[in-house]
Design a protein. Structure first.
Length: 408
């Protein structure tokens, strides 16, 4: 090996550190200090490194061979992240992502591994950096961030998680339920998209005991919407937009949970013709519908009667008893019960019926009433059995059980 002497002191002059080196690595690569005639891969002052596969290491030279303060700048000029490790234990010093330069310097050289520190000098635009910035609804494509909605196919009852932000849920099952996360656990503006591509109605339910209000709670086949958390609004829950109503199935079922009386229907809820009220009430309640022309099919399962009226409250109102389903008509002022009417009916025609199933019967006793007996005679049944028949001819009245209680 050629040596050089200082002409003033006669001491050997150490080789200078290599200033720059560009490396392309395909395997874990160990650096060497450019001393003692080493001619392998030098630990240059500035290293540009391109890794060809993932999880590769740049292994630093022994720390005991140089003084503290020794420094190297390593820049990742490729698109694949690699790590810089110590010499013996292969302990990670720093991970160098694409486009980033790391300033690495030695602070303790008492062992082969030594103690190294690293400072990030800067970064350029790169695939890896874009990937680190990608979040909900955003994906890295090349060196740019692009909008993206992850698609999830769901075919059985499922509870959407807070991590489902910006996801697109496509229902592919029969009738079922998607349960939303509690709105107070989400960031304001959290959203997801839902489409019913299944074979039955899809119910959208609030989280159990959350008290959340959802302005659209069911989707017919082919319908879709976007739901957004509305923590900053008056009622905590979700508001929808982009609701695509099915042309094949014109009606949707809206589940309404009354939280106060009077309870005012929002325009979005009132747009649903078929409504079912399921809240377990402790007393009768008033429901205020918008002052617009609309037909409603209402089922009352609250335990108490519901009184429907417009916001003015000075016009006609309609009352639906618990357990009943009625058709209501609003003219924008009055709310009428369409199952009742003024005037008289000239003719009512009923099926013939039988003693066990009379045509004219009672809710509490379906086997008791009137029916058409043989020969166009009028039969009376009680508890499913004939107790009397009225007919033309003799005798005019037939009472199988006999008559008692008076003189004939």
């Amino acid at each position: 090996m050629t040596t050089y002497l200082n002409p003033f002191s006669g001491a050997t002059i150490e080789p200078a550190q290599v200033g720059y080196e560009a490396l392309t690595i395909t395997v874990n690569t160990t650096l060497e200090w450019p001393i003692n005639g080493n001619d392998t891969i030098p630990a240059a002052g500035i290293l540009d490194v391109t890794a060809t596969v993932a999880n590769l290491q740049i292994i630093l030279p022994p720390a005991t061979q140089v003084s503290v303060g020794q420094q190297i700048v390593i820049r990742n000029t490729g698109s694949i992240t690699f790590t810089v490790t110590t010499n013996a234990a292969n302990t990670q010093v720093v991970s160098v992502i694409s486009g980033v330069a790391q300033f690495i310097f030695l602070t303790n050289n008492s062992t082969i591994d030594g103690v190294w520190s690293a400072v990030t000098l800067g970064a350029g635009t790169s695939v890896a950096n874009a990937g680190q910035l990608a979040g909900f609804g955003v994906i890295a494509e090349g060196v740019t961030l692009n909008q993206n909605y992850p698609l999830s196919s769901v075919f059985s009852n499922y509870s959407i998680l807070s991590t489902g932000q910006a996801s697109f849920y496509v229902w592919t099952g029969g009738a079922g339920t998607l349960t939303m996360p509690a709105a107070n656990t989400l960031v304001p503006g959290w959203f997801c998209m839902i489409r019913n591509n299944g074979t039955g109605i899809l119910t959208i339910a609030p989280a159990t005991s959350s008290g959340d209000v959802i302005d659209t709670t069911s989707l017919q086949i082919g319908e879709s919407l976007v739901l957004v958390s509305n923590l900053t609004s008056g009622s905590v829950g979700f508001s929808s937009f982009g609701y695509g109503r099915s042309n094949t199935f014109a009606y949707t079922l809206q589940i309404v949970n009354i939280t106060a009386t009077p309870y005012t229907l929002s325009t979005a809820v009132a747009a649903s013709t078929v409504q079912k009220y399921t809240t377990a009430l402790t007393s009768a309640a008033v429901v205020i519908v918008p002052s617009t022309v609309q037909i409603y099919a209402i089922t009352n399962a609250t335990g108490y009667s519901l009184n429907f009226q417009t916001v003015t409250g000075t016009y006609a109102a309609a009352t639906i008893a618990n357990g009943n389903t009625n058709i209501l008509v609003s003219d924008g002022y009055n709310v009428y019960n369409a199952t009742t009417g003024s005037g008289s009916l000239t003719t009512i025609q009923l099926a013939a019926g039988a003693a066990a199933t009379p045509s004219l019967a009672f809710i509490s006793g379906t086997g008791t009433g009137l029916y058409l007996a043989a020969g166009s005679n009028l039969g009376i049944s009680s508890n499913g059995a004939n107790v009397a028949t009225f007919q033309t001819g003799t005798p005019g009245i037939i009472v199988p059980g006999g008559i008692s209680g008076g003189t004939f």
